[in-house]
Design a binder for this molecule. Sequence first.
Ligand SMILES: C[S@@+](CC[C@H](N)C(=O)[O-])C[C@H]1O[C@@H](n2cnc3c(N)ncnc32)[C@H](O)[C@@H]1O
Length: 262
Amino acid sequence: MSLPGFPPMPDFPAGEVWLAGAGPGDPRLLTLLALHALATADDIVHDALVDPRVLGLKRADAELIPAGKRGGRPSPRQRDINEILISRARAGRRVLRLKGGDPFVFGRGWDEASALTEAGIRFRVIPGVTAGLAATALAGIPATTRETNHAVVLAAGHRAEDGSSGTDWVALAKLGQPIILYMPMTQLPEIVEALQQGGLRGDTPVALLQSATTENEQIMESMLGTLIDDARKAGIGSPAILVIGAIVGLRRRLLSSLIGWQ
Ligand SMILES: C[S@@+](CC[C@H](N)C(=O)[O-])C[C@H]1O[C@@H](n2cnc3c(N)ncnc32)[C@H](O)[C@@H]1O
């Protein structure tokens, strides 16, 4: 693929692995490099959250290898996914490892990059539009403004798989900065309780952003104290991003002019 005036796309030689982000869903949010990788790869090892519309952009004869890790469902072990990447590359395939959002944001991209490095396999990282920032922007919630915050926390809501204690919600609440929370649904009651213990008031504005950029998109505004009930009533499920803090309240000022995604 070449575009007039653009730097040429890099070669994708046999035996390399490209770790690419597929963005939050809608293929129009793919980077040009990810599109080039999709059009070139022999094997595409993809996460469950990579949108079928994105996978549809692959070469007709490229092989799709699902390697989805979905909370609560049987999923391949990380070690096995690493092994697939290494063995396919050693077999001389051009391997695209395609992940939702950005490969290095809650995506185990670093684990895979480390395994490839240990195995002596050359790899390239192609950043993607991460779901937390895409979902908020599209809902009209700015991640930062000069009026409200000069920092923002990206956090993961699921319990760490390695048995470590995971995120310290009380400490995060005390920072007083907005939180953009990935994978919030399974631990929602515990997280809400801990954030309140950390000092966040029940009337702190929150928004749940489900399936941004897909036909299942839902945007629900609430307050920390009523979030669990409101989410249940609205039927919000995964994948979703939870945004907590004053930045959520700014959305209302834009709604009369903001064009929705659909
Ligand atoms: C394992 S993490 C992967 C994050 C990804 N690497 C990224 O940068 O967006 C999966 C979580 O991302 C969030 N997510 C991914 N796609 C989403 C979407 N279209 N809308 C809302 N949340 C999404 C959800 O919190 C989901 O549980």
